[in-house]
Design a binder for this molecule. Structure first.
Ligand SMILES: Cc1cc2nc3c(=O)[nH]c(=O)nc-3n(C[C@H](O)[C@H](O)[C@H](O)COP(=O)(O)OP(=O)(O)OC[C@H]3O[C@@H](n4cnc5c(N)ncnc54)[C@H](O)[C@@H]3O)c2cc1C
Length: 453
């Protein structure tokens, strides 16, 4: 193609398009963006950055963050989904180089059949590499492998003032640690080198164990952490002090038999009416979920996608919560403070407002990979709440009190409403991160939690 035509096409691809389609996964808050840039080539990004006013841009991946950390209300987004090229793979070291818009699905689809898997994966594979680094996401193997950022060897960071900055643990180490978990504020992750891990095939030797108290859950976690790479639990949020749940643990199987790629599941076609999700329907679901899984008690060999990504089987399941959307509350509480954890569960049960997707996990003690990484030793709880206005927000503020007093923290990737004081309590050293912010970048989340301070 003559270079002039190619240049014209590139400019068009990078042009600004007004849109209201860019939401976060919780669909709350809803933000209007002034522009969305959709570059197709990484060499278009410097021009976009240079032309932008200060504090006006934010990278956007697949919008799988629940709240407003991927939104930039009244300003601009850079949609990174077309910057999705795999740039190279060194099979001797399992080292993958790819652009920031490559998704975890892309990586698994290409490399799992060759015997490689992600070193860390969150509970959905519909996440970009840039998003996984910017939130320094964690998975069911946090106690063994730490976070996603711990497996990033180096990255190319496009900055508005310094150009393309190459960073790793030796060179520009501060910028590297600021970018991991840096909420997209240090610049645009153009590419990253990620070390994949060897697996025999697509199977997980999994085991499922019902439990009936927090002490039992902690005992199961301790006993499993040495023997199992992956551990996590589902929790009945209506059980309060009579806690019950299902503990899942597993290892990559030695079985080498290949399977067909996961089928695209059904899609929820529209938002459900709010009345369908109430304390009675959720209680009934939880009862059924507990009974069905408790009956499956014991070991089994299952496909990796059923083990890691059960929610991905229904596309757009977030529409389940109705027009006003939903919030996820994810906190971590130091393990020494079990009483605080029980108080949290008690308040949730009393409110009757939690939903069926309660997840409990014990984080390990791996040092944080990034300056603002969320995981730290303790118990982490993640629970969805349908947005029902002020009473939902009031419940969350009452949960904040417990988390703050316990010395715990909230996860920005899941947050849409924490106060500046709660952010300060969760990340007391956030001010030392500020010098690394790119002058052209900002986000709705960042303005909300820092502008008053
Ligand atoms: C069903 C489900 C399960 C989940 N389970 C987990 C879990 O187990 N553990 C966990 O930690 N998280 C989990 N999450 C949250 C999710 O993994 C994170 O929010 C992730 O960061 C989303 O990535 P994304 O590509 O959609 O990025 P977005 O949500 O679009 O953006 C997230 C952040 O990344 C920044 N960003 C995106 N691309 C770039 C880039 N190229 N350069 C610089 N910054 C960039 C954005 O500016 C923003 O700050 C889950 C989410 C869902 C919906």
């Amino acid at each position: 193609m003559p270079s002039q035509i190619a240049a014209t096409l590139r400019t068009k691809a990078a042009s600004a398009v007004p849109t209201d389609k860019y939401l976060s996964w919780g669909r709350y808050p809803k933000a209007a963006h002034e522009h969305v840039y959709r570059p197709a080539w990484s060499d278009q990004v410097p021009g976009i950055m240079q032309a932008a006013p200060s504090g006006s841009l934010l990278a956007y991946g697949l919008g799988r963050s629940y709240g407003d950390s991927c939104l930039n209300a009244d300003r601009a987004l850079v949609d990174c989904r077309r910057l999705n090229r795999i740039l190279g793979f060194d099979e001797s070291a399992g080292m993958l180089r790819c652009e920031g818009g490559v998704t975890l699905t892309d990586i698994v689809d290409v490399y799992l059949p060759q015997g490689w898997f992600l070193p860390v994966t969150p509970g959905t594979q519909f996440v970009t590499v840039g998003g996984a680094i910017a939130n320094d996401v964690h998975g069911k193997n946090h106690h063994r492998a730490g976070t996603f950022g711990a497996h990033v060897q180096q990255l190319g960071l496009q900055r508005s003032n310094d150009g393309l900055v190459f960073c790793n643990r030796e060179r520009n180490d501060d910028m590297f640690r600021a970018t991991i978990g840096g909420l997209g504020l240090t610049g645009l992750i153009a590419w990253a080198d990620i070390r994949l891990r060897r697996v025999a095939g697509p199977w997980i030797d999994a085991e499922l164990i019902p439990f009936r108290s927090l002490a039992e859950f902690i005992g199961l976690s301790r006993e499993s952490d040495g023997r199992f790479e992956y551990t996590v639990a589902w929790l009945d949020c209506f059980a309060g002090k009579n806690l019950r749940g299902i503990f899942f643990r597993g290892n990559h199987s030695a079985e080498t038999r290949q399977t067909s790629p996961p089928k695209r599941g059904p899609k929820l076609p529209f938002t459900l009416p709010e009345w369908m999700l109430n304390r009675y329907s959720v209680k009934a679901f939880n009862e059924l979920y507990y009974r069905v899984h408790a009956a499956k008690h014991g070991p089994s060999r299952i496909r990796y996608d059923s083990f890691f990504y059960p929610l991905d089987s229904v596309r757009q399941w977030n529409l389940l919560y109705g027009k006003r959307g939903f919030l996820q509350y994810q906190c971590v509480i130091p393990e020494t403070n079990v009483a605080a954890f029980e108080e949290l569960l008690e308040r949730i049960a009393r409110s009757g407002m939690g939903s069926f997707l309660g997840v409990l996990k014990q984080f390990g003690s791996a040092p944080a990979a990034g300056m603002l990484s969320f995981p730290r030793p303790g118990l982490t709880l993640a629970l969805d709440f349908a947005m029902r206005g002020e009473r939902t927000l009031e419940l969350m503020r009452s949960l904040d009190e417990v988390v703050q007093q316990s010395g715990g923290a909230l996860y920005p990737a899941k947050d849409a409403r924490m106060s500046p004081a709660m952010f300060e309590a969760s990340f007391p050293r956030w001010r030392s991160f500020v010098p690394y912010i790119d002058p052209k970048m900002s986000s709705s989340f960042w303005r909300r939690v820092t502008e008053a301070q």
